[in-house]
Design a protein around this ligand. Structure first.
Ligand SMILES: Nc1ncnc2c1ncn2[C@@H]1O[C@H](COP(=O)(O)OP(=O)(O)OP(=O)(O)O)[C@@H](O)[C@H]1O
Ligand SMILES: [Mg+2]
Length: 254
């Protein structure tokens, strides 16, 4: 689905060139849920912006379904750390904004938007305004907006970072449910090692800047993905392995 080949990204700044990404190589299969973890500033958001076509690599190449990314990718849903809702639109119209911007008939997507809102626990909130919602609710609306046009690809940059632990847990469950069936490819950026393992088929570990891929771990469980899976030995082993890598890299010490 996504091929990232030898991608470098540098930013010229007044203090010299900042090399954000160094020869990043990563292939993501159709239907895979792939998380990226790495220290702050290592280039995760930069990589996602390049995949979305919102930034161009300085060198290397990114293709999505064999098409080189040269400008903004359209058949995608994107969720950022902030919900970025429009304050003057109610919840339903915020979700349907995606449809309007694509020039699609809004009436055809109304039921789907309402069904998505229901699935994330916002059944009776469609007429509320963003300022009437909690942070977690706003982020759920953003998730529905990213999914309403049923994109094959979801790009998520630390979408749950600002949420409290319980809401975050709930969002993780909601996201797995929404992606059920395996017809969505997800590239998910997170600071949480546990969240990455819980959600993903693969966890990619990146080094400090300039970011490169240092580990690619396939995650699989015999058990169903419920929250208590986080205490089973296999889960803990994955966590240990990633922490060990961060210690080896010098990201963590002691
Ligand atoms: N537009 C820009 N101009 C100059 N430097 C930039 C720009 N965007 C990012 N950088 C630099 O590139 C590096 C990677 O930034 P990026 O935002 O991708 O990191 P990140 O891994 O997403 O960090 P975090 O986990 O804190 O979100 C940083 O050193 C940052 O200062
Ligand atoms: Mg970032």
């Amino acid at each position: 689905m996504i091929e990232i080949s030898n991608v470098n990204k540098s930013f010229p700044t007044k203090d010299g060139t900042v090399v954000a990404l160094d020869n990043v190589e990563l292939d993501i299969g159709k239907g895979d849920f792939v998380s990226i973890v790495g220290p702050s500033g290592c280039g995760k958001s930069t990589l996602m912006m390049c995949v979305a076509g919102l930034a161009q690599p300085s060198a290397g190449r990114i293709t999505i379904e064999n098409q080189q990314v040269t400008g903004p990718v359209t058949d995608v849903g994107i969720v950022f750390q902030d919900a970025l809702l429009l304050d003057w639109r109610n919840v339903l119209d915020n979700v349907l904004f995606q449809i309007e911007m694509r020039g699609l008939p809004k009436a055809d997507y109304r039921d789907r938007a309402l069904a998505l809102l229901k699935r994330v626990g916002l059944a009776s909130f469609e007429n509320k305004y963003p300022w009437e919602l909690s942070g977690g609710m706003r982020q759920r609306v953003a998730l529905c907006r990213a999914l309403v046009h049923d994109p094959p690809l979801l790009l998520m940059d630390e979408p749950f970072g600002a949420l409290d632990t319980l809401t975050r847990d709930q969002m993780n469950i909601d996201l797995l449910n929404l992606c059920e069936g395996g017809n969505k490819t997800v590239l998910f950026i997170t600071h949480s090692i546990s969240e990455a393992i819980f959600l993903s088929d693969r966890v990619i570990v990146m080094s400090q800047r300039p970011g490169r891929v240092v580990e690619d771990i396939r995650i699989s469980f015999d058990e169903e993905r419920k929250l208590d899976i986080r205490s089973i030995p296999r889960f803990v082993e994955y966590e240990k392995r990633i922490y060990h890598t961060f210690r080896k890299l010098g990201v963590l010490s002691g």
